[in-house]
Design a protein around this ligand. Structure first.
Ligand code: KG4
Ligand code: ZN
Length: 349
């Protein structure tokens, strides 16, 4: 029997809904990116939550129309229940619960990070275990993805997330928000060796990250340079991106060594999260992990940034295991993946 799961994502500035089937077809998918935040140079939580509220019900009906399904054809409702900006998370979670209650469907509380971690399996055949480098606006982590709900953190950022470093650098350069893709574009015509920015934690034996020093060094450099012409901007972007890549490569080397030291045979090295849309970073990382004999896998760009399909898919994987949540599940602003191991699930009756 084919199952259909509707997924809702509203943890940051994308309002997104999708329906995914157990034969891995996406029957409907809409991602509405909130553009209002550009004027503020960052996501304003209150505005984001209200915008999710304004659009979510319409998007759900549109996705149902796209799929040709009715609520009664669905097998379960999945919604991001954290971590994220709590106002938006509450909007999506409550909407998901209301639909589940009204249509007597199982409800699945999806951890947004698990959504990113599993998204690759929607489009590629990647068996567990695999190493995941999650690079987004809120997170930078190495995760060994052992199974649904089973993650081991190999390293994480000690301060800013990598996406934050891209966005803050873009902001200082006067580029639009979110700035990651603009940095990548500018970097194409810049010299990556024009400026020698720091490579925080490079050479250190663990798998952690630190990006706040890099961002500060760039701010000082830009302040010292004064008015910037287009070529200098391109050189700054290319040099920043190169510093970020060097750090990623150094840390990834450690993560791969750690896998070998622990005798873990990972099936792939996977990247996910919005920053994984960056081609220069993907190319550099792919070269490195191939030297360790690991296949490099990156989901298509639209599944790297926040999207409802990854939430529907994570919900589907949980549903297929019988992992169902109670309608009393409380949305969580913070929800480390490690806590999923002990999660209380209701189970299918
Ligand atoms: O995963 P995501 O959509 O949202 C979070 O969960 O944070 O990631 C958004 C981040 C932003 O910081 C954005 O600037 C960054 O992903 N990003 C990029 C690129 N496209 C998006 N960073 C670098 N290069 C890109 N091409
Ligand atoms: Zn995300």
């Amino acid at each position: 029997m084919t199952h259909f799961v509707l997924g809702i994502e509203s943890s940051c500035d994308e309002t997104s809904v999708a329906i995914v089937s157990s034969d891995k077809k996406i029957l409907g998918h809409i991602i509405l990116s909130q553009t209002y935040h550009a004027d503020y140079g960052g996501v304003v939580p209150e505005i984001a939550a209200r915008a999710h509220m304004d659009h979510l019900d319409r998007l759900i009906l549109e996705v149902l129309l796209q799929s040709g399904l009715k609520f009664s054809d669905l097998s379960a409702i999945a919604a991001t229940c954290g971590p994220g900006l709590i106002g938006g998370v509450i909007v999506g979670a409550m909407m998901g619960k209301a639909i589940a209650y009204a249509h007597q469907l199982p409800f699945i509380a999806v951890n947004h990070l698990e959504g990113h971690a599993l998204s690759v399996r929607l489009t590629e055949d990647v068996p567990f275990p695999y190493m995941l480098l999650l690079m987004s606006g809120g997170h930078t982590q190495f995760l060994l993805v052992e199974d649904i709900g089973h993650y081991t953190v190999y390293g994480t950022t000690l301060d800013d997330a990598i996406g934050e470093a891209f966005d803050k650098t873009a902001k200082i350069l006067g580029l639009p928000y979110p700035g990651g893709m603009y940095i990548e574009q500018y970097a194409l015509s810049g010299n990556p060796r024009a400026f020698n920015f720091p490579r925080p934690l490079k050479g250190n034996g663990d798998c952690n990250f630190s990006f706040s020093g890099l961002k500060t060094a760039i701010k000082y450099k830009i302040d010292a340079l004064g008015i910037l012409n287009e070529q200098t901007k391109a050189d700054l972007c290319a040099s920043f991106q190169q510093a970020a890549l060097d750090v990623l490569i150094d840390r990834t080397k450690n993560a791969c060594h750690k896998l070998s030291a622990q005798n873990i045979k990972a099936n792939a090295f996977v990247v996910a999260g919005g920053v994984a849309a960056n081609l220069a970073l993907k190319t550099g990382l792919s070269k490195l992990v191939s030297s360790f004999g690991l296949p490099f896998v990156a989901p298509p760009k639209e599944f790297c940034t926040d999207n409802g399909a990854m939430i529907a898919y994570a919900g589907l994987e949980r549903f297929q295991r019988g992992y169902i949540d109670s309608l009393t599940f409380k949305p969580r602003p913070r929800w480390p993946l490690a806590e999923l191991k002990n999660m209380n699930v209701v189970g299918l009756t």
